[in-house]
Design a protein around this ligand. Sequence first.
Ligand code: GLU
Length: 255
Amino acid sequence: MKEIIVVKIGSSTLTNGSDRISRGKLEELAQEILQLQKNYHVVLVSSGAIATAKQFVNTDDWKNLVASKQAMAAIGQPKLMQFYYEVFSDFKIEIAQCLLTYRDFDSGVAQSNTLNTIKELLHHNFVPIINENDTVAVDEIELGDNDKLSAKVATLIGAKTLILVSDVDGIYDKNPHLHADAKLISEVTDLESVAQYIEEKKDGLGTGGMTSKLEAVRICNASGVETIITKGSNENFITDSLTGKINCTTFKPSS
Ligand code: GLU
């Protein structure tokens, strides 16, 4: 079996900074996946359910409550998958949906069922598209934007690499949104040495800041999975990150 790459893509990348899911971004993603599939199996962890719902409901009628976000996720998830289906089928990429929660990783039975499903999908060349099941869990709605969920998935399925697609190139020695002289760190072997550089900014869409990304890296590190943080607005943001052609941060696991 080919090695597995898990790509985690969040709402702000999928909307390309706008208030709608960008078909152009989905097309770029599809092209990247086609390239990757020559050498790897690909698993996507995608947010964007709530962002999608906002295109279809009058947001003025909805309060900013967790329950409202859960309901919006339920409205948006099938429509998000429809967008994926419409765009990816033009590229002959077959997709499947898996909805998971953190709790599923605490149960041996749920873990083995999840692993069996994903392996079978990959064997048949379907790209699993994973999101949190926001009806029964709110962990990633509250904090994380699927960063931690993607790390748990990558660990469970023994992925080679988890790619966390972000709105920054990687880890800087200062927050690049706040400091013009911030310098990118391209490779990290000692995670704790960079944790001090994290300074959060308030985000518009999505809830995953650098803190949740580092939490994801910690989970991957512990099980020997390499993690890359890369900027989703770059061209070839996945394939060029793997070959080191663009600015990004690679976290080498210690084990
Ligand atoms: N599961 C949520 C969604 O797909 C994540 C929300 C977020 O972007 O933080 O919308």
